[in-house]
Structures are given as structure tokens and as C-alpha cells.
Write a protein of this length. Structure first.
Length: 304
């Protein structure tokens, strides 16, 4: 039977990859939604609708129109420092909009697959498993945790997928991430300051999209930790990117988190134990090295 799957934030990094992963599946009707025009290069094989998830009426209308079996909610206020400065804007998108989705899911018996973050943890005892206790350090992290609690208290079928720094190539080219930021700056011969005291498990956007699609198709419920397997210092990530693309590492300047004076606090060491996702979602992430090769090929395709 054909499943109708609605993606929110489909212009974003994960949203676009979810479209592409779902296009490979049989028996799915894909409804991609984001604010404004469709910025995904591929325009065929799915329906696109403009949807602002902070507008409750728009959310209700789209559910009435398409009656989705599942929603993958990738839309979020993801700029951690901006959330620290704009609590209201952060709550509106990361918490209130999730409540609108929950109401609509309840009414239409829809499975919600929601994206959350390693930042719900304080980073004192990483790597984390799903049952570890969150302790958010920033407003962004708190907002994501508030949404998790709303979802857990709901009566709907739900999945929370927590992930860690996502990287990949996005169609419209203007969305950066750690890998592209390092590569682009070093290619221009620019110095970059890179923190030497935070540890993360970088996650290839395609791998994460696979896990989201798998959760929908398998009807998996509960919390899942989904990230790359390898945990690195951010500074080492920068060095590996430089090595891989043959760029000059002398432009990488190690600094401490404290010297950056960012408005939002970050957890020093996260990383996930991903055994549950491997077992139940058939999740098999690429190594960081393999992921860089994939990115290299994608960039070569774009620059052809
Ligand atoms: N990126 C990471 O490293 C990371 C790490 C851990 C967890 N996460 C979580 O993973 C999820 C996906 O992250 P991502 O990096 O793919 O995010 P992203 O690239 O910032 O994409 C979010 C998308 O949501 C859209 N959007 C913004 N406001 C909206 C609204 N009111 N209604 C509908 N769409 C709206 C954005 O539109 P525009 O493109 O027009 O701005 C954007 O296309 C998020 O829940 C995030 O919290 C991300």
C-alpha cells in the first residue's frame, strides 16, 4: 500500500537528502514542504508545497489535504547562538510548531519522526546512549529537549532521532557545514580558527536521511541515536578535511572554546552509542573518510 510521507524543512540539508532517499523507494507518495520556493534541484517525482510550520492553520490545512501516514520533521531553528539571542523565535519554531504537528498527527493518526540533537546532553560523559539523562546547556538545546518531552507525552506514534553535526552537499550551495567551511576557506588560502576542545561524531546527511526513512518504513518508535561511528576533536576533523582535499593545514589555527566567547554554551564531548539504530533501523553509517569521498564526487558532479 502506498504511504504518504510529508517532509518539513525540505529545503534544508537533511530535508533535501530525505527527498532523494525517499525517491529511491517504491510505494511512497512524497510531500516535500518548506518555507517559500522549492530549492531542491530535482523537481520531479514528488509534490512540493510551501509550509511554515509555525502557522498552525497552514499545518492543519496540509494534513487535511494530504492525510500523511508519516511526517519527518527536519525544520528547526538550528543556529545555536541565534537561539540564545532570540528565545521567542527559537521556542516558536522548535517547540510551538512541534505542538502544532502533534495535534495534527493525533487527528490524522500520523507517525511523527522528529529530529533532535546531541546538545540535549551536557557533554560531560559522552558517548551517550538513548537512556542517558539529558542536561541541556543552551537555549537551543533546551528548546529541543522541551520538544522531546512534548512528543514523549503525546498519544501519537513517535520517533525521536537525535543526531550530531550533520555535513553534506546541499543543492542550493549556500548552506555550509564543518566540512565545506574548512574546505572552502583553505582553498581560498584563508586562516581559520578551529576549536581544539570539543569532540563530536560527524554525521553524513545521506546516512541520517537513510535512518529517518528507515524509521518511517519500519514503523520504528522511541528514541534513536544516529550519528557517524567515529568521535573526533573538531580540530582533527579540520585536519582530516585538509589532508583529504590536499589543502594547506598551516591555515588551521587551533583555539579553545572559551576564547571564542560564543553566546551559547556547547557540550565538550558528545558522540553516541548507535547500537540501537544499527540493530533496529539497519543503520550503517559511512566512515568519515568514505563520507569525504562521497562529498568529493558530489562536488565534482556539480562543477561539471
Ligand atoms: N545541522 C546540524 O549539525 C544538526 C546537529 C544536530 C541536530 N540537528 C537537527 O537536525 C534537524 C535538521 O537540521 P538541518 O541542518 O538539516 O537544518 P537546516 O539545514 O537548517 O534546515 C532546516 C530547514 O527548515 C526550514 N525552515 C525554517 N523555518 C521554517 C518554518 N517555520 N517552517 C518550515 N520550514 C522552516 C529552513 O528553511 P530555509 O532554508 O528557507 O531557511 C531549512 O530549509 C534539525 O531538527 C536540527 O535541530 C542538526
Amino acid at each position: 500500500m502506498t504511504k504518504t510521507i510529508l517532509i518539513t524543512g525540505s529545503n534544508g540539508m537533511l530535508g533535501q537528502k530525505c527527498i532523494y532517499q525517499l525517491l529511491k523507494q517504491k510505494d511512497v507518495r512524497i510531500i516535500a514542504t518548506s518555507i517559500g520556493a522549492n530549492r531542491t534541484s530535482e523537481k520531479n517525482g514528488y509534490i512540493y508545497e510551501s509550509l511554515d510550520i509555525t502557522n498552525e492553520q497552514e499545518v492543519q490545512n496540509i494534513f487535511e489535504k494530504y492525510q500523511p501516514d508519516a511526517v519527518i520533521n527536519t525544520a528547526a531553528f538550528t543556529n545555536v547562538d541565534a537561539c540564545e539571542r532570540d528565545h521567542k523565535g527559537c521556542d516558536t519554531l522548535n517547540v510551538d510548531a512541534v505542538a502544532y504537528l502533534l495535534t495534527a498527527c493525533e487527528k490524522h493518526n500520523t507517525h511523527l519522526v522528529h529530529l533532535s540533537t546531541d546538545f540535549v546532553f551536557d557533554g560531560e560523559h559522552g558517548p551517550y546512549k538513548e537512556t542517558d539523562a539529558p542536561n541541556p546547556l543552551s537555549y537551543y538545546a533546551e528548546s529541543k529537549f522541551k520538544a522531546e518531552l512534548l512528543i514523549e507525552m503525546s498519544d501519537i506514534k513517535w520517533t525521536i532521532i537525535r543526531t550530531i553535526i550533520i555535513f553534506g552537499v546541499v543543492d542550493d550551495g549556500n548552506r555550509s557545514n564543518v566540512v565545506l567551511w574548512v574546505k572552502n576557506n583553505l582553498e581560498k588560502g584563508l586562516d581559520i580558527n578551529v576549536i581544539n576542545d570539543q569532540y563530536r561524531a560527524p554525521t553524513l546527511a545521506e546516512d541520517l536521511a537513510d535512518a529517518c526513512v528507515s524509521a518511517v518504513l519500519k514503523g520504528a518508535t522511541g528514541i534513536y541515536h544516529v550519528s557517524g561511528k567515529e568521535i573526533y576533536c573538531i580540530l582533527d576533523i579540520a585536519y582530516m578535511v585538509a589532508d583529504f582535499f590536499g589543502l594547506d593545514k598551516a591555515h588551521i589555527k587551533p583555539i579553545t572554546s572559551a576564547s571564542l566567547k560564543q553566546p551559547a554554551m556547547r557540550p565538550p564531548r558528545t558522540g553516541f552509542i548507535i547500537d540501537k539504530a544499527i540493530k533496529e533501523l539497519d543503520f550503517h553509517p559511512h566512515t568519515f573518510e568514505e563520507s569525504l569521498e562521497i562529498i568529493k564526487q558530489q562536488l565534482a558532479q556539480i562543477n561539471k
